[in-house]
Design a protein around this ligand. Structure first.
Ligand SMILES: [Zn+2]
Length: 257
């Protein structure tokens, strides 16, 4: 094993240990965790900018306080339990679009849904961020389900729908164009007259398939077969922005045994 691989393994190990340590600390002391003393950090940046000088952000912070007070009134033990740890039942792989906030649209509380969101709810095998989230969710948090969630009027899909085939000789690219490239390829694998909605559905179905092919899901399914434990199931959903409703796209996957 190389030093780099060992370091990475060690970092992952520490992440899991830290979560357990947080559990045990809060279990025994049940104290409120406090934000560290900011005077112990270098001033950054040097300019005198305060988030609270911006009215919209100040309103957000005021609303946050009101929300926390309301949650506390409704369930005085909620934040103490929440500080002890999380046990989400669902990993939501969704679009970064601001109109699809997972906990709000599913009516769930903090702690119930683990989340990965990006442009057009994609999952690429070489995307470390997405793979790290899937690994942590499945191996360490023990989520029971993964939901890939697309939505109508998706800007990423719209951009891909209108894009010509990528020119391999074009060396100028941006993070956004590189991230959209597989979606543009998917668009050109569909019929020329495929609608934007057909591309949105095809993208969800493809992401379900890619998640299922990942090492972490394949390993989970093998272990579940050996041990008799419940495997993780992967589902495809579509949110209709015009009604707020989520439709099951009937492409759920699980192990074959
Ligand atoms: Zn979108």
């Amino acid at each position: 094993m190389t030093l780099t691989a060992r370091s990475l393994r060690s970092a992952a190990h520490h992440l899991v240990r830290a979560q357990h340590r947080l559990h045990s600390t809060t279990n025994t002391t049940a104290k409120t965790l406090t934000i560290p003393d900011l005077s112990r950090f270098d001033k950054m940046p040097s300019k005198e900018i305060k988030a609270t000088d911006f009215p919209l952000l100040q309103t957000c912070l005021t609303d946050n306080k009101e929300w926390a007070e309301k949650v506390h009134v409704d369930d005085p033990d909620f934040f103490r339990r929440s500080a002890k740890g999380q046990s989400p039942f669902l990993l939501w792989i969704g679009c970064a679009d601001s109109r699809v906030p997972e906990s709000v649209v599913l009516g769930r509380k903090p702690g119930e849904i683990f989340v990965h969101r990006n442009i057009a709810n994609q999952f690429h095998h070489n995307d470390d961020s997405a793979n790290a989230v899937l690994t942590y969710a499945v191996k360490h948090l023990g989520v029971q389900h993964v939901a890939v969630v697309g939505h109508t009027a998706c800007g990423g899909c719209l951009a891909a729908h209108e894009s010509p085939k990528p020119d391999p000789t074009n060396t100028e690219s941006t993070a956004l164009s590189r991230f959209l490239a597989p979606l543009i390829e998917l668009r050109h694998s569909l019929a020329e007259d495929a609608s934007i909605d057909e591309l949105i559905v095809a993208n969800v179905r493809k992401t379900v398939k890619t998640v299922c092919e990942s090492e972490i899901i394949q390993e989970n399914w093998k272990n579940a077969q050996k041990t008799g434990k419940q495997p993780v199931y992967v589902h495809g959903w579509l949110k209709d922005l015009s009604t707020g409703l989520i439709k099951d796209l009937e492409c759920s996957e699980g192990p074959d045994y």
